[in-house]
Design a protein around this ligand. Structure first.
Ligand code: PMP
Length: 393
């Protein structure tokens, strides 16, 4: 055994808040609305398609870039949504969830000393990935209430060392989405700066209230400079399978695959084959078609339950998270309240907002928590009951 601590490449990083809250929820028997995964099962037809893929022999390494038919489905899906044609051989790569490909992309694009811009609050993977690549993160806040893009703040924080910007729409944790104006403004700006875009679109089709699903692939000027990451775990209710993809121009794909092939290399052959069969079936087409309405109904059930309460909120426009503000009834900080509410009898596990800010960019205090509404109706109703009990004191 070593008798001294190892030097750390990520000294500021501990166990993530998601792992911590789920463990605390289990230990205290709290209702878990913290971590971002459904508490219901993937479609039966998808489970059967994966079993069939195993029985049919899809049990050895899938190609490094991913199952070819699945990549063909991905290319045709992107083209039908956005009009942009990606080459299946050189521009689409399947990996171990969107995470592995975001990580590979960031390793490939960031050189030592580069800056990567992130828009806060943001998902917690980006900063350690940038740091491991030898870069630093510059945090720029999204607009205060709407959490929409603030182009003025982005332009002000940009420096000659900023190599790329990482965006996430629909957003985790805020639930904000793009407008066409945002996308066009960003495209114009990045073209002028000759910079890259890493577009985390893992909740892509989950867009509500009749708004459009927009992707970086919708803007021709972004396509040539963007890596777009998507998660089948999110859209097919199977986060534990960890299958996702990245679509990027061939020059970028060639570089990110150099990381991917020595990190993940190849992943979940029967899962990829089963997903492909499912997505091409009537059940799969219906699933994708109905996905936004399915999650909008969950959001509405949850928010209707909280109507008239002391919680304050802006309804999520997309994704499967809702931010709730509690400053009308509790003045403790967000980590303190989430621990307390989780440990109470009939408690509830939520995620504090503060971990969504890279180091050094934390607001002085946060009175917001994130709820995952990718839950069955019973969980949503129980969650509402517990949240009302908390806000009523
Ligand atoms: N990006 C964001 C914004 C996420 O919320 C998540 C999952 N929580 C991921 C990426 C990772 O996706 P996957 O599970 O496919 O790796």
């Amino acid at each position: 055994m070593l008798d001294r601590p190892l030097p750390s490449k990520l000294p500021g990083v501990g166990t993530t808040i998601f792992t911590e809250m789920s463990a605390m929820a289990n230990a205290h028997g709290a209702l878990n609305m913290s971590q971002g995964f459904p508490d219901f099962q993937p479609p039966m037809a998808l489970q059967q398609a994966v079993s069939r893929a195993m029985a049919d022999g899809h049990n050895q390494y899938a190609p490094m870039a991913g199952n070819l038919r699945l990549r063909e489905w991905i290319a045709s899906d992107i083209e039908s949504r956005t009009g942009t044609a990606y080459d299946v051989e050189s521009e689409i790569t399947v990996g171990a969830g969107a995470s592995s490909l975001l990580f590979a992309t960031i390793q490939a694009l960031i050189q030592r000393g580069d800056e990567a811009m992130v828009l806060t609050p943001c998902y917690d993977l980006y900063e350690p990935a940038v740091n491991l690549a030898g870069g630093t993160v510059v945090s720029v806040p999204l607009k205060a209430d709407s959490h929409h893009l603030d182009m003025e703040a982005i332009a002000q924080a940009w420096t000659s060392r900023t190599r790329l910007i990482i965006v996430n729409v629909p957003n985790n944790p805020s639930g904000a989405i793009w407008s066409r104006t945002d996308l066009t403004a960003l495209a114009r700006f990045l073209k002028e700066k000759q910079a890259f875009l890493v577009s985390d679109e893992v909740y892509g089709p989950m867009v509500y209230d009749g708004q459009e699903q927009l992707s970086a692939a919708d803007e021709p000027e972004l396509v040539e400079r963007s890596a777009i990451a998507v998660s089948f775990g999110k859209v097919l209710h199977c986060t534990g399978w960890k299958i996702g993809y990245v679509a990027a121009p061939s020059s970028m794909t060639a570089e990110l695959r150099k990381v991917h092939q020595f990190d993940v290399f190849s992943t979940g052959a029967p899962l990829q084959a089963g997903m492909d069969a499912f997505l091409r079936s009537t059940e799969g087409r219906d699933h994708m078609h109905d996905l936004a309405a399915f999650y909008a109904a969950k959001r509405d059930r949850f928010l209707n339950g909280l109507e008239g309460s002391k919680w304050t909120l802006t309804p999520a426009e997309g994704g499967y998270f809702q931010l709730l503000n509690y400053d009308r009834f509790d003045d403790r900080n967000d980590r303190e309240v989430t621990r307390d509410w989780c440990q109470q009898e009939d408690g509830i596990a939520l995620i504090p907002l503060s971990p969504f800010f890279p180091m050094g960019s934390h607001p002085s205090s946060s009175s917001s928590v994130r709820v995952c509404f990718a839950k069955g109706n019973d969980t949503l109703d129980q969650g509402v009951e517990r949240l009302l009990r908390i806000s009523n004191g």
